[in-house]
Design a protein around this ligand. Structure first.
Ligand SMILES: [Zn+2]
Length: 320
């Protein structure tokens, strides 16, 4: 999927800024070491001299050049070891003065062999996802603020909603804590006010903490946004963003108007993620029977291939 050029430009600017900050940090570290270990400067001079003599020997091609190069290289290595020893003796890591790269693959240039580096693409996707999430701001819901005592221990059906919810809660925490970006999706089913949005937002918050790119949106809002873009009423490439993000969370499936176009878009979105083993969380207030009435078999088979979490209990919004 293509990534919008604007986000690539912004991502490049971010990487350049990081590169400058890293260079500044290198300079600061160097100044700090020279101040704390004054004789370090002599070793640096020595290192520069031995490096330069190795280079001139290679160029000169004089008699016994191999032996001379070997001797100069050994001296050069000995100076490097001495520098490392001094650093560690003074409580620093031996690599403290190495060049600092946030991405070692591209050395913070954003490209590898003329291709965009993964770090650049990831940043561009994150910027696009942030823009999309602005339209459905992630509310501050966490696992810590999820209150299991709101769920009754007994119900008319002789089951224990609290125990069931505790299992669902554990599944959601595990999903977020062990998130790698290739998990099987979750389908959250249950009436309103049972905590589906709370738990999906808590997953989003924790996965974002781990620096993954998450897009959270309600199905009606998402379909409206895509429609506006495809009919030229607004700019953006939401389909690419939701296709490329690490985790897509679709809230309130079933609240949208269903027609052929929305059905095919929904199938494209859900099937696209599942086929590429990209995680997806879908929540719906509809019962399995209502889902079956509303959606065609293609969508249903995709939805029911996910891990299904059945939320139970009474509407907790009144208890809060
Ligand atoms: Zn990179």
């Amino acid at each position: 999927m293509p990534i919008s050029k604007d986000y690539i430009i912004k991502a490049r600017e971010e990487i350049e800024k990081i590169h400058s900050e890293n260079q500044l940090l290198e300079v600061r570290r160097h100044a700090e070491i020279l101040q704390k270990i004054p004789r370090f400067i002599n070793l640096e001079i020595k290192l520069a001299e031995t490096t330069s003599s190795v280079v001139s020997l290679i160029a000169a091609n004089s008699p016994n050049v191999k032996e001379k190069i070997k001797a100069a290289s050994e001296e050069n290595l000995a100076v490097q070891r001495e520098m490392e020893r001094l650093l560690t003796e003074n409580g620093y890591d031996k690599n403290y003065l190495d060049q600092i790269y946030t991405c070692t693959k591209c050395g913070d240039t954003g490209t590898v062999n003329g291709e965009w580096c993964e770090c650049l693409k990831k940043r561009a996707n994150k910027l696009a996802a942030d823009e999309l999430n602005k339209r459905s701001p992630l509310k501050p819901c966490t696992f810590e603020s999820f209150n299991l005592s709101l769920y009754p221990e007994h119900s008319k059906n002789n089951d224990n909603p609290r125990e069931e919810m505790n299992k669902i809660f554990r599944i959601c925490v595990d999903f977020a804590d062990n998130f790698k970006g290739n998990e099987k999706g979750l389908l959250m089913i249950g009436g309103t006010g049972l905590g589906k949005t709370h738990l999906s937002l808590a997953i989003a918050a924790r996965v974002i903490e781990k620096e993954f790119c998450v897009v959270y949106n309600s199905v009606p809002e998402l379909l409206r946004t895509i429609d506006n873009e495809q009919f030229g009423r607004s700019t953006g490439d939401t389909l690419s963003v939701i296709s490329a993000c690490d985790l897509l969370i679709l809230d309130d499936l079933g609240a949208e108007n269903t027609n052929e176009r929305t059905s095919s878009l929904l199938y494209e979105i859900i099937n696209g993620r599942i086929c590429r083993a990209l995680p997806l969380i879908v929540s719906t207030n509809l019962s399995p029977a209502e889902l079956q009435n509303k959606y065609n078999d293609r969508i249903l088979s995709r939805l029911f291939s996910m891990n299904i979490l059945g939320f139970k209990g009474d509407d907790n919004r009144f208890k809060l």
